[in-house]
Design a protein around this ligand. Structure first.
Ligand code: ADP
Ligand code: MG
Length: 411
């Protein structure tokens, strides 16, 4: 296995002689219009199709998307393990890739944890961690080498394991070892490719918070890749949701969750009700009246939406409220309770609203039984009117007011 060692031992593509090309941004990482094609039997497959994003210094930034959407390819282009077909990548304002002109991986100040960890089985823990320093361009003397390996093992709570064969570590310990090896050169950018996906559920929860705590303590800018929405929402300052080689939405976890831009995002990140409706006319506060089944609600719509247009309204199950008596104000429609599922901390009820099935995630104290006639409230601020394709979301009101990732994760 060659492709490992915090980039250090990785095969490099043919490269430019300059350590860096020129550049201009203050972001820790900037990716502009990145395209990567792979040759396949029938021609070329575009794995990454013109993506653009920037990561602020010290931020934890996540690429979230289903398998095959281009996450790993993007990470490998940033690391220098793949040569882009188009676009620009810069680290701390210095270009490391401009089109096919690239700086080799060992000259990029980057540490990477691969999805399979890529740990060398024939080496001890110490030798695995020390490897990037041994092959580095600047030679590190033995006493410093030992001290830095000790420090790195200490960071990931593997103190005392140095002499152990790497194969004798548990899954969680191997994951920590890969992290120590990625950090040993004190890189300014850390790349993590689905580092938690090989762990069992409990260990995954623990490592999630360990990694985020360590990242915050070191202040190291991190680009994280996952297909797991819970990891993305709970760990990130910002998230780019990817689908089919594109970024379909970018924002704080709260923005992505509360105001999904497309049906794909609303369905992939959490679950959502999708209600088909028609625009009935202008409503209050700049919103529009939408006819859903027999009922009518109001919601903010994308610019240019006109009376008579078909629309899809996305509402999260936890935002649906159910009342026995009709509330005086608000977006309220009449419905009939269908299936009621008591799941301990909540009651999941399906409610039929003029032939449209709405799922409501309710507090267990809410009394609902099958066939009960109820009033379903869909708060206007929680209704996102979306396009079915990769169009833009409506400028719904409250995203800007909501706490941002920065509030949750001060750096
Ligand atoms: P992800 O990490 O999001 O699962 P990848 O970046 O690994 O996705 O892959 C994106 C797309 O590119 C997929 O369709 C995948 O099959 C294809 N792909 C990845 N690597 C290669 C390769 N070396 N050769 C051909 N196709 C590839
Ligand atoms: Mg991948």
């Amino acid at each position: 296995m060659v492709e490992t060692g915090a980039i250090a031992g990785a095969p490099s593509v043919t490269t430019t002689s300059a350590a860096t090309l020129t550049g201009s941004s203050t972001a820790a990482l900037e990716v502009v219009d990145l395209v990567k094609d792979y040759p396949i039997a029938s021609g070329w497959h575009r794995a990454v199709d013109g993506i653009t994003f920037a990561v602020e210094p010290g931020h934890f930034y996540t690429l979230l998307g289903p398998s095959g959407c281009g996450k790993t390819t993007t990470l490998r282009c940033v690391a220098g393990l793949e040569r882009p077909d188009r676009g620009r990548i810069s680290l701390a304002g210095q270009d490391v890739a401009r089109g096919k002109d690239v700086v080799p991986p060992e000259r990029r100040d980057i540490g990477m944890v691969f999805q399979n960890y890529a740990i060398w089985p024939h080496m001890t823990v110490f030798e695995n961690v020390a490897f990037p320093l041994r092959v580095g361009r600047t030679k590190v003397r033995k006493p410093e080498l030992v001290q830095r390996v000790d420090e790195a093992l200490d960071l990931v709570q593997l103190t005392g394991y140095a002499s152990r064969p790497a194969t004798q570590l548990s899954g969680g310990q191997q994951q920590r070892l890969a992290l120590a090896r990625a950090l040993i050169r004190r890189p300014s950018l850390l790349l993590l490719d689905e580092p938690l996906s090989n762990l069992d559920a409990r260990l995954r929860d623990r490592m999630r918070s360990e990694i985020r705590t360590l990242q915050r303590r070191l202040g190291i800018t991190t680009l994280f890749v996952t297909h797991d929405q819970v990891e993305a929402l709970s760990m990130s300052n910002r998230i780019a949701v990817m689908d089919g080689g594109h970024i379909v939405q970018e924002g704080t976890p709260r923005e992505i969750y509360q105001h999904p831009a497309t049906r794909f995002v609303a369905g992939f990140v959490g679950s959502s009700n999708f209600l088909a409706g028609t625009v009935a006319g202008p409503g209050s506060d700049g919103r529009m009246r939408l006819r859903i089944g027999d009922g009518e609600i109001e919601a903010a719509c994308p610019d240019g939406t006109a009376t008579g247009d078909p629309v899809t309204v996305s509402v999260r199950p936890e935002n649906v409220a159910v009342h026995a008596e009709r509330p005086a104000v608000g977006n309220v429609v009449a419905g009939t309770v269908g299936q009621v599922l008591f799941v301990g901390e909540a009651v999941d009820a399906t409610i039929d609203v003029a032939g449209v099935r709405i799922v409501a995630h309710l507090h267990p104290s809410v009394q609902v039984v099958r066939d009960m006639a109820v009033w379903v409230e869909l708060p206007a601020e929680d209704c996102t009117v979306i396009h079915d394709d990769h169009g833009l979301a409506s400028g719904t009101g409250s995203a800007a007011d909501a706490p941002t990732g920065e509030d949750m994760y001060p750096n």
